[in-house]
Design a protein around this ligand. Structure first.
Ligand code: PLP
Length: 404
C-alpha cells in the first residue's frame, strides 16, 4: 500500500462519551409538547432496517395509506409521506398548493400558524394574516368577512395551536366556508391528529398535515400529508414546477403509489409509524378520543385543585396540550429544569406566553403518567416556594378519572 495513505491524520480521533455516560440513568417521562413516549411495538419497529423498495415495503406502505384513510377520515388516495419533521409536511402541503401570487389567507393563533403563513410567503403567495387574539378561537363570521374582502384561493389554519394551547373548534364551519368560497383549506393537525376528532372529507379539508411525535405517538422525523382529490387536481395542473425537489408531492407518488424510487425512504421510521398507526386502529378513534378527553380534563381539574390557573378559557382550550399560568416571578425554565432534575419528568415552557405546558397526546394520556406528572408538578411548585395543595389535587385526579 502507498505509505502516503497511512500518514497520521491531521485531526486525530476524538474521545467520545458513550450514550450511557450522557443519558440519565432512568429515562425521563416525556410529558412536554412532543416528542411523547412511544409504545414498545413502535420502539421495536424503529430498530429494523429493510429494503426501501420491493414487495415488503410496498405492502407496509399500502397498509400505512389504508390506516391513514381511517385516521384522517378521507377516501382520497392522495396520501404521501415525507422524511422530515412536522414542518416538512407543513411545507409540502403549502409549497405544492401555493405559488407565485397565490392569494392566501393565513389564520394566525400563534407560533405554528405563523409558521404556515411564513411558508406561504416563501412559496411566493400574497399572504394576508388574520390575527386571532391569544386565548380566542378563530371566529367564523370574521373569517367570512375576510373571505368576502380578499377572495383568497388558499386558507391555512391549525386545528390546535400547540404554542399557546388554543383549539380552533370551529373547524367544521370554517371548512363549510372554504367550500362556499371555493378555497383550498390547509389544516395543520400535527398535535391533534388522533387526539381530537377530525373529518377531512366531511369538513371539506384539502390538505391535512401531521407529524409522528405527537398525537400518533411515533418517533419524530417521518410525517404525512393527505391531499383531497380537489387539491390533487390543482397540484397536477400547477403552472410552475415546484422549486423543492424533495417536497414535490407528485414525485413523492413514485414511492407512495408506484413502489419505486423518489429518495431512500426513512424505512425504520416508516415501520415505527406503521406500528403507531396500527395501535390507533386497534384502539379505534372513538375510544382514543374518549381516552384523551377523560385524561386531559381530569388533569386540568387536578391542576386547578392544586391552586393553579389554566391559560385558556375552557371553551377555546386545547385538550391535547394543557397550558398552565405561571405565578408572577417564576420562569418556565426554572420550573421545567426543577421537575426534570428532581422528579425525572419533562414538561415544556413556551415560545412567548408565561406558561408551562403538559402534553396530553397519545401515550401521555395514561393514568399512571398523569399521577406521576401531577405529583411532580405540585411538588416542584412547593419546592420553589409556591404553596399548592398536592394531596387534594391527587384525590381530585383520582375522582375525576373514576367519575369518567
Ligand atoms: C409540533 C408542531 C409543529 C411542528 O412540528 P416539528 O416536527 O417540530 O416540525 C407544527 N404544527 C403544530 C401544530 C405542532 O404542534
Amino acid at each position: 500500500m502507498d505509505s502516503q495513505n497511512l500518514k497520521t491524520m491531521n485531526i486525530s480521533a476524538p474521545q467520545i462519551k458513550t450514550l450511557d455516560q450522557i443519558l440519565p440513568e432512568e429515562p425521563l417521562l416525556m410529558m412536554g409538547a412532543g416528542p411523547v413516549p412511544i409504545p414498545e411495538a413502535v420502539a421495536q419497529a424503529n430498530g429494523i432496517v429493510i429494503n426501501h423498495l420491493g414487495d415488503t415495503m410496498a405492502q407496509i406502505i399500502g397498509q400505512v395509506k389504508t390506516m391513514a384513510g381511517y385516521i384522517f377520515q378521507t377516501a382520497s388516495p392522495w396520501i404521501v409521506g415525507v422524511a422530515g419533521p412536522g414542518s416538512a409536511a407543513m411545507e409540502m402541503a403549502v409549497a405544492n398548493l401555493v405559488w407565485k401570487d397565490t392569494k392566501v389567507l393565513s389564520i394566525c393563533n400563534g407560533f405554528f400558524s405563523g409558521r404556515l403563513s411564513e411558508m406561504a410567503e416563501r412559496a411566493g403567495g400574497q399572504v394576508e394574516k388574520l390575527m386571532v387574539s391569544e386565548g380566542d378561537s378563530a371566529n367564523v363570521e370574521i373569517i367570512r368577512a375576510e373571505l368576502e374582502r380578499l377572495k383568497p384561493e388558499v386558507i391555512t389554519i391549525v386545528q390546535g395551536e400547540t404554542s399557546n394551547t388554543t383549539h380552533n373548534h370551529e373547524l367544521p364551519a370554517i371548512g363549510e366556508l372554504a367550500k362556499e368560497f371555493g378555497c383550498y383549506l390547509i389544516v395543520d393537525a400535527v398535535c391533534t391528529l388522533s387526539t381530537l376528532p377530525l373529518h377531512m372529507d366531511e369538513w371539506h379539508i384539502d390538505a391535512v398535515i401531521t407529524g409522528g411525535q405527537k398525537g400518533l405517538s411515533s418517533i419524530p422525523g417521518v410525517s404525512l400529508v393527505a391531499f383531497s382529490e380537489k387539491a390533487w387536481r390543482r397540484i397536477d395542473t400547477r403552472p410552475y414546477q415546484l422549486p423543492q425537489w424533495t417536497l414535490d408531492a407528485k414525485l413523492a407518488t413514485n414511492f407512495w403509489h408506484k413502489a419505486s424510487y423518489h429518495y431512500t425512504a426513512p424505512v425504520s421510521g416508516l415501520l415505527a409509524l406503521h406500528e403507531a398507526m396500527r395501535l390507533v386502529c386497534r384502539e379505534t378513534l372513538d375510544e382514543r378520543f374518549r381516552r384523551h378527553q377523560v385524561c386531559s380534563e381530569a388533569l386540568q381539574e387536578a391542576i386547578e385543585t392544586l391552586g393553579l390557573d389554566l391559560y385558556v378559557p375552557k371553551v377555546n382550550r386545547l385538550n391535547s396540550v394543557v397550558g398552565i399560568k405561571l405565578p408572577e416571578g417564576l420562569e418556565a425554565k426554572t420550573v421545567c429544569g426543577h421537575i426534570s432534575k428532581h422528579y425525572r419528568v419533562e414538561i415544556a415552557g413556551s415560545f412567548g406566553p408565561p406558561i408551562v405546558r403538559i402534553g396530553q397526546m397519545g401515550e401521555q394520556c395514561r393514568a399512571h403518567n398523569l399521577f406521576r406528572t401531577l405529583h411532580a408538578l405540585g411538588s416542584t411548585f412547593n419546592d420553589l416556594g409556591v404553596d399548592v395543595d398536592v394531596p387534594s389535587s391527587m384525590a381530585a385526579l383520582e375522582n375525576a378519572l373514576q367519575r369518567k
